[in-house]
Design a protein around this ligand. Structure first.
Ligand SMILES: [Ca+2]
Length: 224
């Protein structure tokens, strides 16, 4: 079965231009019940692997890959409404935003985590209902109107997530799986407005926290 899926995915990739009939659009599509307060794993349909911020740190520039699902904070994401039908995608390990690197228009451009801003290369249309049941979603970045795509329909952990022509292939389909636990980007136990990823002591609001991107857990920064 895996071999069959792989062949289908390859065929879909090779015939991308031929299959691309619907014009690209910036009209936000009907959403599939996304809860903006819920953290999700984003699972690639063809591989069953999870979208993952490589390395899981606080550093801007860390790339988005697929990796074996492990419930880490760097595999949990929140869809933050922008008020126009599009979403920014927050990374659970950093509270940074998923960003198309350098806002390119090229096939193959990668994604990273980066300081959140209002640019179209951080805004995504989550498109459902185009792939049969509507259970799987396409995720389209708004500056280029290209889809998130697992490069080369790879089954390997570590493969990059890239932007590519929307072609309906299963390597551009993703399942949003609600996470039962909240990553550090969603926790602020002491209510001081600093999420746990950056809080030196998330149980004490009087502790002065290090500004990002310094590692709040590194004692050389003398957070207190
Ligand atoms: Ca806090």
């Amino acid at each position: 079965m895996k071999r069959l899926l792989f062949v289908l995915a390859l065929a879909a990739g090779l015939s991308a231009l031929a299959l691309s009939t619907a014009p690209a659009t910036r009209v936000a599509h009907a959403q599939s019940g996304i809860d903006p307060n819920q953290w999700y794993q984003i699972v690639a349909h063809h591989s069953g692997l999870c979208l993952d911020v490589n390395g899981g740190g606080l550093n801007t520039g860390a790339r988005l890959i697929q990796y074996t699902c492990h419930n880490g904070d760097n595999q949990r994401f929140r869809f933050e409404p922008m008020g126009n039908g599009y979403y920014r995608i927050r990374a659970g390990n950093s509270n940074l935003c998923i960003d198309q690197v350098n806002a390119t228009y090229s096939y193959g451009g990668q994604f990273m985590q980066y300081t959140c801003h209002n640019g179209l290369n951080q805004q995504f249309d989550v498109i459902s209902g185009q792939v049969g049941s509507g259970y799987y979603n396409q995720i389209r970045v708004q500056h280029s109107l290209l889809n998130m795509d697992v490069a080369n329909a790879s089954y390997s952990p570590g493969a990059y997530i890239i932007q590519y022509d929307p072609h309906g292939g299963i390597n551009q389909q993703f399942e949003l799986v609600p996470s039962s636990t909240t990553p550090c980007a969603g926790r602020d136990a002491d209510g001081d407005g600093v999420v746990a990823c950056y809080d030196c002591d998330d149980n004490d609001p009087d502790v002065q926290d290090c500004p990002p991107p310094e590692d709040p857990c590194n004692p050389i920064w003398l957070c207190q």
